[in-house]
Design a protein around this ligand. Structure first.
Ligand code: ATP
Ligand code: MG
Length: 350
């Protein structure tokens, strides 16, 4: 199967053009892209604009050598995520290690993630904080805030489904994160899915990963991950059309519906074993009416919220700001449905 500009039944999946990493590496081993400079000492934005809350490489605050691995906590298309502990301060972090198998678009998006994360520190309680990033020998390491409840996909593996009242509490927080990304940072997330919504025992939900993983999966030719990654894409993205902030609303709706149903909302017709091929699923998303929660198992407010998110026509989808006023979000109390109830008790760190 050719992966470049593939067409079938009117669908087109855009695949980025390749460029060698050597073009962006300087002789000193520093990775440079526009106003971003990354090397084994850290990341620095070298633009003339001042960047708030940046931990510069020379401030000596965080060095990879000072982080000791506690355990591997997750694995994605781009690499592994480890729980690490700072040797001197005992602070714990999640360390995401991405192997740079580079396409120009991949590189741009990774750099964009680092930039966004680093400037978004402490600016939004619903976006995972990025403490530092390093580049060394083709590997990018990102030191992230550790979310001790893992992701919604981890919860789904344990609990199978997430009850509607908890989804209301989760939705409110994610919408506040999206509102920040869309209205303050002016970025489209592009990869909202259960594994990119992280949770902790305080009951906080935060958005992670800004578009890195989807492109990495594509460029690395990992078909399983490639399929998994693309399934939350809006119809207009799948069709190769223009897309905007409302594309994230589609992905959010599909993510929440998956959490409610305990399975991916699109199901193959008459096939027990899953989709015959990847295009079957893409065609279905583009051509069929969107899925809906069964009205006898969920409240009218939830059904209306999901229907609003997964409108086929992007302009029919409400913005994050609009959705924050939806009655579904006010239906359940945060105290009664504290998100920590979804999580297993905290095990002590070894
Ligand atoms: P893909 O690479 O296809 O986007 P993914 O989102 O599952 O998939 P990662 O972003 O590498 O891949 O995350 C893998 C898992 O690591 C998550 O499902 C979660 O369990 C864990 N994880 C990621 N970041 C953190 C974090 N900051 N704190 C705690 N756990 C995390
Ligand atoms: Mg992720």
């Amino acid at each position: 199967m050719s992966r470049r500009g593939e067409r079938r039944g009117g669908l087109r999946v855009a695949v980025p053009k390749q460029e060698p990493i050597s073009k962006f590496l300087t002789a000193s081993g520093t990775f440079q892209d526009d106003d971003i400079r990354l090397n084994n000492q850290g990341l620095r934005v070298v633009s003339s604009e001042p960047t708030p809350n940046m931990a510069g490489p020379s401030d000596g605050q965080l060095s990879l050598a000072d982080l000791e691995m506690v355990q591997v906590i997750g694995k994605g298309a781009g690499g592994v995520v480890q729980l690490v502990r700072h040797k001197w301060t005992n602070e714990i972090y999640a360390l995401k290690v991405i192997q740079m198998n580079i396409h120009e678009t991949v590189r741009k998006q990774i750099v964009q993630e680092l930039k966004i994360n680093q400037v978004s520190q402490s600016q939004c309680p619903h976006v995972v904080e990025c403490h530092h990033s390093f580049y060394n020998n083709g590997v990018i390491s990102i030191v992230l805030e550790y979310m001790d409840g893992g992701s919604l996909s981890d919860i789904l593996k344990l609990q199978k489904k997430i009850p509607e009242p908890y989804l209301a509490i989760i939705s409110k927080q994610v919408l506040n994160g999206l509102l920040y990304l869309h209205q303050v940072r002016h970025i489209i997330h592009r990869d909202i899915k259960p594994s990119n919504l992280l949770i902790n025992h305080k009951g906080e939900v935060k958005i992670s990963d800004f578009g890195v993983s989807a492109v990495l999966a594509n460029s690395m030719g990992q078909r399983d991950t490639f399929v998994g990654t693309y399934t939350y894409m809006s119809p207009e993205r799948i069709s190769g059309g223009q897309y905007a902030y409302d594309s994230d609303m589609w992905s959010l709706g599909l993510t929440l519906l998956e959490c409610a149903l305990g399975r991916f909302p699109y199901q193959p017709h008459g096939q027990e074993e899953g989709w015959l091929n990847f295009y079957g699923l893409l065609e279905c998303i583009v051509e069929q009416p969107p899925p809906a929660p069964p009205a006898d198992k969920f409240s009218p407010e939830f059904c209306s919220f999901i229907a609003a998110c997964i409108q086929k026509r992007p302009k029919d989808r409400p913005s994050a700001a609009d959705l924050l006023t939806h009655p579904f979000l006010e239906k359940y109390s945060e105290e009664e449905y504290h998100l920590s109830k979804l999580l297993p008790p905290l095990a002590p760190l070894s």
